[in-house]
Design a protein around this ligand. Structure first.
Ligand code: PLP
Ligand code: COI
Length: 449
């Protein structure tokens, strides 16, 4: 076995002993906060991961005398960390007993997270939201748990028949030190539309927002500093109950986890090269293309992988009926520019109604551009007439397109450099998202940290 570098030790959770609050008050085991934490099953847990986030060891520690109490569970609680002192020493003692770790433990202090060079990848964080109910039941109040693997039946509807949807959002640190989300109610509403389409129990908007904000708060130390990335938020609604007939699972699970991320396309605001997929389509009329079903994404993986191997960042999908009209770019919406006019396909049922898309349309109009949502945007029109193109999404933000390859033809926009109009739109959107510009449409959603 090669040398193991333990990158991180996290001790998280709570004890039954009590906590110190801002008021200097020591909450005993009967305090509502501690009771709530017990009910949620938070204990003292340790997780050891190596450099590639592979779990080396995890377990429970039972005899701590301090607690890390999330303000979301108890508004007056001081957020204690396990940076030093008896708690960490005890963790070290226990971990040295774990065979895989013994003699190779390098403790990195909690709080010392390296946010440099973040990519769009998963890092385990502190807490997640998880609640399971019988299909059609009411979602219960509380469900914050440590980030961890979940247990699921091999017969779960989500695993067998893809009865599942997800959402994607970001929490950003603004230059002023606020933590903000962008139009999260729209994600909640889109998840409701998806739940209806996929036979899942809808999560009410307020419940969704409460879960998201609690998870963001509980993981606030993972939110990258302004300019270094975002805390990507991944709500998931899955048919978790066992079923072999093709029908809605008897039980649904709603989860929210988060991870710090950098740019979706390498290089941030640099122009990307795309290729039109000649043989695959993303969605067909009457299918599930307009909802965020996980099953929409697996068929895009090999086309995207092949495109990457050929030097492209992603694939452009055309319509499934005539293979003539642009629909989307992998996991982002498509726009092209001709002079002062911006063109994008209308939401006709096969395209995901992107929240960034809707925002960019509004921002462009506010800036005086004409934006036309066409029933159809022919790829030939793009190849012949467009002076610029870009794609939009939560992960992709606004990504300028440097070139499009369609069959034997490669169309290069602005010498492969970022188009000035695309830069203006990018700057306008990100300025609103980080409270650097007036939020005239009320899109920014501050999270009290
Ligand atoms: N289209 C697809 C297929 C997506 O997966 C996404 C990502 O969420 C988008 C478009 C952009 O949507 P939004 O701007 O809401 O993130
Ligand atoms: C997002 O932009 O949030 C997405 O969901 C894209 C994702 C598939 C990476």
């Amino acid at each position: 076995m090669g040398k193991l570098v333990v990158k991180r030790v996290e001790v998280r959770g709570t004890t039954r002993i009590g906590c110190r609050t801002r008021m200097g008050y020591k909450a005993g085991s009967k305090s509502p906060a501690v009771r709530e934490m017990k009910r949620e099953g938070l204990g003292i847990q340790y997780h050891v991961t190596d450099g590639t986030n592979h779990f080396i060891a995890q377990g429970r520690l039972d005899d701590f005398r301090h607690i890390s109490l999330e303000p979301s569970l108890h508004p007056n609680a001081v957020n204690q960390t396990f940076v030093d002192g008896p708690v960490l020493r005890r963790a070290q003692e226990v971990l040295e007993q774990v065979p895989q770790v013994r003699g190779r433990l390098q403790l990195v202090q909690k709080g010392a997270i390296n946010f440099d060079g973040l990519s769009f990848s998963i890092t385990p964080t502190d807490a997640m939201f998880k609640v399971t109910i019988p299909n059609g039941d009411v979602w219960p109040a509380s469900a914050l748990v440590p980030f961890d693997h979940i247990e699921i039946s091999p017969a779960a509807g989500a695993l067998n028949y893809g009865q599942q949807l997800f959402e994607g959002m970001k929490a950003l640190n603004t230059p002023e030190g606020n933590v903000v989300l962008f139009r999260p109610k729209e994600n909640a509403k889109r998840a409701i539309d998806g739940a209806k389409r996929l036979g899942l129990t809808s999560v009410p908007v307020d419940y969704f927002l409460n879960a998201v904000t609690r998870v963001v708060r509980a993981n606030r130390r993972w939110i990258p500093p302004h300019g270094k990335g975002a805390l990507y938020i991944r709500p998931l609604l899955i048919g978790s109950g066992p079923i072999v007939g093709v029908a809605p699972a008897p039980e649904n699970t709603f989860m929210v986890f988060v991870t710090p991320v950098g740019p979706y396309f390498k290089g941030g605001l640099t122009a990307i090269d795309l290729i039109v997929s000649e043989k695959n389509h993303r969605a067909a009329p009457g299918g599930s293309g307009s909802v965020k079903a996980g099953g929409n994404y697996a068929p895009g993986m090999m086309p995207a992988k092949e495109a990457k191997a050929a030097g492209f960042a992603e694939v452009i999908y055309l319509d499934a009926q005539e293979h003539k009209y642009v629909e989307e770019v992998g996991a982002a919406n498509f726009f092209c520019i001709c002079g002062n006019t911006i063109h994008t396909p209308k939401l006709t049922g096969t395209i995901l109604p992107g929240i960034t898309r809707a925002s960019v349309i509004q921002i462009a109009r506010d800036l005086g551009y004409e934006v036309i949502e066409h029933e159809r945007v022919p790829i030939d029109f793009v190849m012949q007439n467009a002076t610029a193109a870009f794609c939009t999404g939560t992960a992709a933000v606004i990504s300028p397109i440097g070139s499009i390859t369609h069959g034997d033809i490669k169309k290069i926009f602005n010498n492969g450099e970022v188009d000035p109009t695309v830069r203006i739109l990018y700057e306008a959107l990100t300025a609103i998202q980080t409270q650097q510009a007036e939020d005239r449409h009320g899109w920014v959603f501050p999270v009290a940290i």
